[in-house]
Design a protein around this ligand. Structure first.
Ligand code: NAP
Length: 285
């Protein structure tokens, strides 16, 4: 490899399960670009010092994952609007010696819906979001940016209230008892909780009141078709799986570090799916 080729990485603790290297290495190969992308496991006690002296790391930039999205946010010289609103950074780049931070989860969520269910934001202007964690913040922000009103449901109501207060009157918090009534009125239903994830209980929800034109999406992507998505498919609703968000959120970082805007293709999806199948096999072994 060329000595001065740009080097990027995904930084977290732990980081060995991250699929980002598969995505970025596939793109480097596809577009025949010089560069590398690695995993960097960073010990918690070293994290702040690492981000503060990022210019001496030898990296041009990085993806930042759990548990460092807030640490990176506080160490950047400048952050974009989405990172500021979400209070978390998942993509960093060095520019003229300054560390710039952004958050690409909103971009990834919207990119996935735009390609998986084109015109989804024209069907109606009301959404249900389940969950009020870190990912829900990006999802809510994304839906608001397309002019939708969000009905928010979460086990811990207080957490939902904190999220809603962050965004103002476009987000309304409800009790789960209200779900059947609100389902009748929405054009999109988004699960951002860990329900439906492998090893976790399935989401117990009756989708029958939803309009037939509605879209159901789950940001959980292991398994690819969660019980919620299977239910929606049987009900005849449009569905979008969570893998698209993971792939689309990687686009801006790759372009920043390697100078080429990459595409999410069927080939990339199948490479990542193959890796997920390998993990499953290893888990069974
Ligand atoms: P998080 O901050 O820990 O939030 C978890 C959410 O799930 C909270 O709303 C929590 O409710 C709820 N929850 C968890 N267990 C529950 C249970 N047993 N009963 C009811 N509610 C429960 O996690 P996150 O970072 O937002 O991630 C959430 C999921 O999204 C994960 O599965 C993650 O892998 C996935 N994700 C996917 C992508 C993608 O690119 N596709 C990106 C980011 C995250 P409480 O507030 O009541 O605890």
């Amino acid at each position: 490899m060329m000595e001065n080729a740009p080097r990027a990485a995904v930084i977290g603790w732990p980081v060995k399960h991250s699929r980002s290297p598969i995505i970025h290495r596939h793109w480097l190969k596809t577009y025949d670009l010089a560069g590398s992308y690695d995993r960097l496991a960073l010990e918690p006690e070293k994290a702040e010092a690492f981000f503060r002296s990022f210019s001496s790391s030898g990296l041009v930039g990085a993806n930042v994952t759990i548990p460092y999205k807030e640490t990176a946010f506080s160490c950047c010289d400048e952050v974009d609007e989405t990172a500021r609103v979400l209070g978390a950074v998942n993509t960093i780049v060095l520019k003229d010696g300054r560390l710039l931070g952004s958050n690409t989860d909103e971009f990834g969520f919207l990119g996935s819906l735009d390609s998986g269910a084109p015109g989804w934001d024209e069907i109606g202007k009301t959404a249900i979001v389940l969950g009020a964690g870190g990912a829900a913040r990006a999802v809510v922000w994304a839906l608001l940016s397309r002019g939708l009103t969000v009905h928010l449901f979460n086990r811990t109501r207080k957490r939902a209230k904190v999220l809603a207060d962050r965004f103002g009157s476009g987000v309304q918090v409800h009790e789960f008892d209200d779900l059947p009534t609100i389902l009748k009125t929405v054009s999109i239903f988004v699960n951002t909780t860990s329900f439906g994830m492998e090893g976790q209980p399935a989401l117990d929800v009756d989708l029958s009141p939803m309009p037939g034109s509605a879209v159901v999406t789950d940001i959980v992507y292991v398994p690819l078709e969660t019980p919620l998505l299977a239910l929606a498919r049987h009900r005849g609703l449009q569905t979008v799986d969570g893998l698209g968000m993971l792939l689309h959120q990687a686009i801006p970082g790759f372009e920043l570090w390697f100078g080429h805007r990459p595409q999410v293709t069927a080939e990339l999806r199948s490479i990542v799916l193959e890796d997920m199948a390998w993990d499953e096999k290893l888990g069974e072994a």
